[in-house]
Design a protein around this ligand. Structure first.
Ligand SMILES: [Mn+2]
Length: 414
């Protein structure tokens, strides 16, 4: 990679220079939101424009039927999308979702409460087992952090199902872009082959249609004005939230820069600043980078996905950043649980977790620690479903330091 990379272990010079007062308009927006907690304000400030949207009535019967047909896969895992949908219907769904994705903005903003979901990677059946635990759209508002496709057997079904939910309930589900929602990645890691396997050669054309929607997905999300979500992580080029709001879509992340970092970067506990990534693309960042970013922007907490973690969630040292991962027993190579982050109306954080049995003969191993501080106590899930012994427990509710309040983004680091 190029000479533009910061030296390992040092904060980038421009990062230090960027420690400035919030812009006057940001301050104004903040004061306004204090005075007017009701979101129906008609101001033009971007962060104020969280409007409730509805599916056009004419589309509802069709989309409801698509959702119902896709759910029949759960009764028979040998059914694929091609058994229940003509390719033209998939194309119609992609056409219907396109303007809805654009309406979300490059930074998709929503209210709390909200459940934050990590990587799914084509694990359609597991995703529905997770919904059985955490609830479903529209009763729950959800933000997905990307990586719907590749690896698992049902990439098309996962992404089409979530698109149908988005068309039907545009203000109840937000779908951010992951690094697998880019052509260079999903051509190689399963999605392209799955389209050809299921649709034959016309699947190649469909693959291009999917990329066109991926190019329009939001690159990050903001919950309750305080919780910033993205697939990968921070970027040396990310000065403030307006940097994300002003990303022009359609866009295609190429080899480096802000888009690549939002989709690819990783936190680390090996140091405080910016580091070269072992992925060979983007960077790793330490907890000082996170703390400085949060202070500068007024963000309380960052939630990102992108890396498998054994419990399905992991706090970075300092508790300003959470990694969440929602594909259990990822690729049958790990024995990890799936989890979601629950942000309540007061922006307090808790976790819901699901474990499922390993496939017969699997040599899965535990996932490694990413960026946790080994001296910080673990936060227990508030709700835990274990399909190995069919138990439903709430360990977080009984353990003192593991109460949801202890994990609040506004609470002092333990
Ligand atoms: Mn990823």
């Amino acid at each position: 990679m190029s000479d533009q990379q910061p030296p390992a272990g040092e904060a980038k010079p421009e990062e230090k220079a960027a420690e400035v007062e919030p812009k006057p308009e940001e301050k104004k927006a903040e004061e306004k939101s204090k005075n007017e907690p009701n979101q129906k304000s008609d101001t033009t400030e971007p962060s104020e424009k969280v409007k409730e949207r509805e599916c056009p009535e004419a589309l509802r019967p069709w989309i409801d039927d698509c959702i119902r047909r896709l759910e029949t896969i759960l009764q028979n895992p040998n059914i694929f999308v091609t058994h229940i949908m003509h390719m033209n219907e998939v194309i119609s769904i992609l056409q219907a979702i396109t303007p809805i994705m654009m309406e979300d903005g490059s930074l998709a903003e929503c209210e709390a409460p909200c459940k934050v979901v990590g990587d799914i990677h084509g694990q359609f059946v597991h995703m529905h087992m997770l919904f059985d635990l955490i609830g479903r759209v529209p009763a729950e508002r959800m933000m997905f952090l990307g990586d719907y496709v590749d690896r698992g057997p049902h990439s098309i079904e996962v992404v089409i199902y979530l698109y149908c939910l988005k068309i039907r309930y545009p203000s109840r589900i937000f779908l951010l872009r992951g690094n697998h929602e880019t052509p260079a990645v999903n051509k190689i890691y399963g999605f392209y082959a799955e389209l050809i396997n299921k649709f034959g050669y016309p699947g190649i054309g469909l693959w291009y249609d999917f990329q066109s929607v991926f190019n329009r997905m939001p690159l990050a999300g903001l919950i309750g004005k305080k919780v910033l979500c993205m697939h990968g992580g921070l970027s040396p080029e990310l000065a403030n939230l307006d940097t994300i709001r002003s990303i022009v879509r359609p866009c295609e992340p190429l080899d480096k820069g802000l888009l690549i970092d939002l989709l690819w970067s990783d936190p680390t506990n090996k140091g405080e600043g910016w580091f070269h990534s072992i992925r060979g693309i983007s960077y790793m960042f330490g907890k000082a980078v996170v703390a400085q970013f949060c202070e500068k922007t007024g963000v309380d907490l960052i939630i990102r996905a992108h890396q498998v973690v054994q419990d399905g969630y992991e706090f970075m040292g300092g508790r300003k950043l959470i990694t969440v991962f929602s594909a259990p027993n990822y690729c049958n190579q790990f024995s990890n649980a799936a989890a979601v982050v629950c942000i309540d109306a007061e922006l307090k954080v808790s976790f819901q977790q699901m474990s499922v049995p390993l496939a017969a003969g699997s040599r899965a191993k535990p996932a490694p620690v990413i960026a946790a501080d080994p001296n910080e106590p673990k936060v227990e899930p508030a709700l835990k479903k274990d399909y190995n012994n069919n138990t439903l427990t709430s360990p977080g509710a009984v353990a003192g330091p593991a109460s949801p309040a202890a994990a609040s983004p506004t609470a002092a680091p333990a």
